[in-house]
Design a protein around this ligand. Structure first.
Ligand code: MN
Length: 731
């Protein structure tokens, strides 16, 4: 971090390379330097220094991270394609495909402009993630590039400083965090914070500075005591003990988030103990708790439950004789490398299979975000998701078998189910947390054991309301795609029901057979081929009806209400009655397909007429149905209306809606439900609302066998205390 003072020269870089244990191709690196130096020869940084100091500095940062030869070369070359005459082909020829690919990736990210609007920010992050997913080294170079630009930000104009700092805080620091590269993340945050809130920064800096010598003495004495004690134990071999102070931004966040004073922040001071084995970690913890008084609820075991970015350590906050609390972090060397270098540790320390696995896990996260984003075009949601997915805090919960599931804060049991497996999510019926049934919007907390209870119903799928409950984009994308792909029939049904509901609410009564024509414009507008496509789109949420309803109302008024040609429609007569399968006899037709019109839902016993639809058989309306009456009045297609009547006996079930008006009192709805269940009447839907003067209206949709049964039901309901009227509604 003292690199700001270092004059970047190739000699310094090469010396550093030679001092590394790792094998580097020093000839190739020197050639890359020569090429870049020649290309940038006339260019200067804003600081006035030769431009080449910047690529060298970036290469130096990457060398400290332990990156490979190609990455170092690409760092030296990272600005030549963008800023000089050199082409990607030149780089490919001179330094090979890998190097050229890395330079290309970095150049492309560089072309993504500083964000201005939120939607642009989402798109930019998306591009960065895409570049990352090709080769993670691209983003690591970009992070190093950004780090050096942040270190030299004081040479830029003030407006640029703020924009760059904001972008660093919102995009690059979270990415560095997610990749687990602590050193880069903290430095990016600290510098960005300095530009974004100079006042708070210097305040914290001054407080820290003022106490520097006290702090130094305190940390050193604690360190010495711990060292003496640990070294006297034969079960802990060669522990390393460091002291460290939290980053300025880290302290700021604590103060800001917990609303506590600076003095109340416990973990400004941290002691780090690095040992050889996990066994030694837990033993060291025992020793620490024996030496100092642990503060309750401050112990965190990130060894058994690592953070999402693979961070592992034991954390505990203890208080010593001096009365000053401090945090102790205990970890193995392996965990230490991962904590410091994150994904970069893959190059630096482990090139074996284990490293590769961890590496894959990180890439999976990036791919997930990209895939999830492709499922939605809602820009706000993309921004929200990236922010929440990049948020540093995660919760860890367990399956009953002890598998750990990592989720962002505020995730619900639905997110948990989908995180286990897509099918587990789809088939979930309820969930238990620590053995107790919880509502589906229950927010999981770290350490809880979550059991997902699956439905036995094979066809069970998610509920649409889950989209509002789920937190992770992953779960939402899976729910959405289920509704889109696997559930067309249900979408059509739901979409249709929703359209009918909206129409009813707005008093739009279009005869079913005319619906095609009525909706025609809107079908095209939404790229739907058929009415069913249109229903399906409403059903899965692709079309928002409330946005269309005004158009429908206008259209309806124009087409149906403003024409006035009252003409009697002659019904075709004198054809013998024939039976049909639905308990309806339609004149002149045998075995025709019968549908009961949704606008009036005729019941046996009602006077009815039939309408010959195009391709859907005959739809049966009540004779007093408004649509029929309108058709009569307007003399609309009289040839398509036919006489119809009920068969003598039938055992069919019909759906009808009744409206019960009653004096409002507790238990009213329960009484209605009780009577209906006593009569074995199936309730499809019910709703209630308050009326004036203490009255309430309850609307129930039920199935009945015919007019007779309905009358019986109504008679029984009328006996409920307080009920003043019961009417069959127009539905
Ligand atoms: Mn650069």
């Amino acid at each position: 971090m003292a690199n700001e003072e270092i004059k970047y020269t190739i000699d310094l870089l090469l010396n550093k390379i030679l001092s590394e244990d790792k094998q580097y191709d020093i000839t190739k690196i020197t050639e890359a330097y020569d090429f870049a130096a020649k290309q940038h020869i006339d260019q200067k940084r804003d600081s006035g220094e030769p431009y080449i100091t910047h690529p060298i500095a970036v290469a130096y940062i990457l060398l400290e991270l332990g990156m490979d030869t190609d990455t170092i070369c690409a760092a030296l070359l990272h600005d030549v394609v963008e800023d000089t005459d050199a082409t990607l082909d030149d780089i490919k020829k001179l330094f090979g495909d890998d190097c050229a690919m890395l330079v290309d990736g970095v150049t492309k990210i560089g072309k993504i402009p500083l964000f201005t609007k939120e939607e642009q920010q989402a798109e930019n992050v998306r591009k960065i993630l895409l570049a990352m997913s090709q080769d993670i080294r691209v983003i690591i170079i970009k992070l190093a590039d950004r780090l050096h630009n942040m270190r030299t930000l004081n040479h830029r104009p003030p407006a640029k400083q703020r924009a760059t700092a904001l972008e660093t805080m919102n995009i690059y620091a979270p990415i560095a965090h997610r990749l687990g590269i602590r050193a880069i993340k903290e430095e990016l945050e600290d510098i960005a914070f300095r530009y974004l809130d100079p006042f708070a920064y210097s305040e914290i800096e001054q407080v820290m500075e003022k106490r520097k010598s006290d702090r130094q003495a305190f940390i050193e004495s604690i360190q010495a005591r711990i060292r003496t004690r640990l070294e006297s134990m034969d079960f802990i071999k060669k522990p390393q003990i460091d002291g460290r102070v939290k980053s300025i931004y880290g302290i700021y966040k604590k103060v800001y988030m917990t609303q506590r004073g600076f003095d109340e922040i416990y973990d400004k001071y941290a002691i780090r103990i690095i040992v050889s084995t996990v066994y030694e970690c837990y033993n060291a913890l025992g020793v620490i708790h024996d030496m100092f008084k642990p503060i309750p609820n401050r112990f965190k075991d990130y060894i058994s439950t690592p953070k999402a970015n693979m961070y592992q350590s034991l954390h505990t906050t203890v208080i010593g004789r001096e009365g000053i609390p401090f945090e102790v972090q205990i970890r193995t060397w392996d965990m230490h490398y991962t904590a410091e270098y994150g994904i970069a540790a893959h190059w630096k320390y482990k090139e074996g299979i284990q490293g590769k696995d961890r590496f894959e896990g990180r890439l999976a996260w990036i791919r997930q975000i990209i895939e999830a984003q492709q499922e939605t075009n809602d820009v706000e949601e993309i921004v929200r998701t990236i922010k929440s997915d990049l948020a540093p805090e995660d919760v860890f919960a367990f399956t009953p078998k002890g598998d750990m599931i990592t989720l962002p804060v505020d995730s619900t049991v639905i997110d948990f189910a989908y995180a286990i497996h897509t099918q587990v999510g789809h088939k979930m019926s309820s969930a238990k947390v620590d053995g107790k049934i919880v509502p589906l919007d229950y927010k999981i907390k770290t350490g809880e054991i979550v059991e997902i209870i699956l439905s036995k119903d094979e066809k069970k799928g998610p509920n649409r309301s889950w989209l509002d409950i789920a937190k992770t984009n992953e779960a939402k994308a899976k729910i959405r795609s289920w509704f889109k792909k696997e559930c067309r029939d249900e979408n059509i049904r739901n979409g249709r029901a929703e359209l009918e509901r909206e129409f009813r609410r707005n008093l739009i009564r279009v005869p079913e057979e005319e619906l095609d024509d009525f909706l025609n414009d809107d079908l095209h507008r939404h790229n739907c081929e058929t009415v069913e496509d249109f229903y399906a789109a409403i059903g899965y949420g692709g079309i928002i009806l409330s946005r269309l309803i005004q158009r429908f109302k206008d259209k309806y008024t124009k087409q149906y209400l403003e024409s006035d040609k009252p003409v009697e429609i002659p019904l075709t007569a004198t054809v013998p009655h024939k039976k049909s399968a639905d308990g309806i006899i339609v004149e002149g037709m045998e075995n025709c397909l019968i549908k009961f019109a949704q606008c009036c839902n005729p019941l046996p016993g009602d006077d009815v007429v039939g309408f010959i639809t195009r391709g859907h058989g005959v739809s049966i309306h009540k004779a007093d149905c408004q649509n029929y009456q309108n058709a009569v009045r307007d003399n609309k297609e009289p040839e398509r209306w036919v006489k119809a009547s009920w068969e003598e006996s039938n055992t069919k079930i019909y759906r009808t809606t009744i409206d019960i008006v009653s004096y409002d009192r507790p238990g009213l709805l329960a009484d209605v439900a009780t009577i209906l269940s006593e009569l074995r009447i199936f309730i499809h839907e019910s709703s209630s609302r308050e009326l004036k003067d203490g009255y309430a209206s309850i609307t129930v949709t039920i199935s009945v066998g015919g007019i007779e049964q309905l009358n019986n039901v109504i008679a029984r309901l009328k006996r409920i205390p307080g009920v003043s009227s019961i009417t069959r509604t127009g539905k």
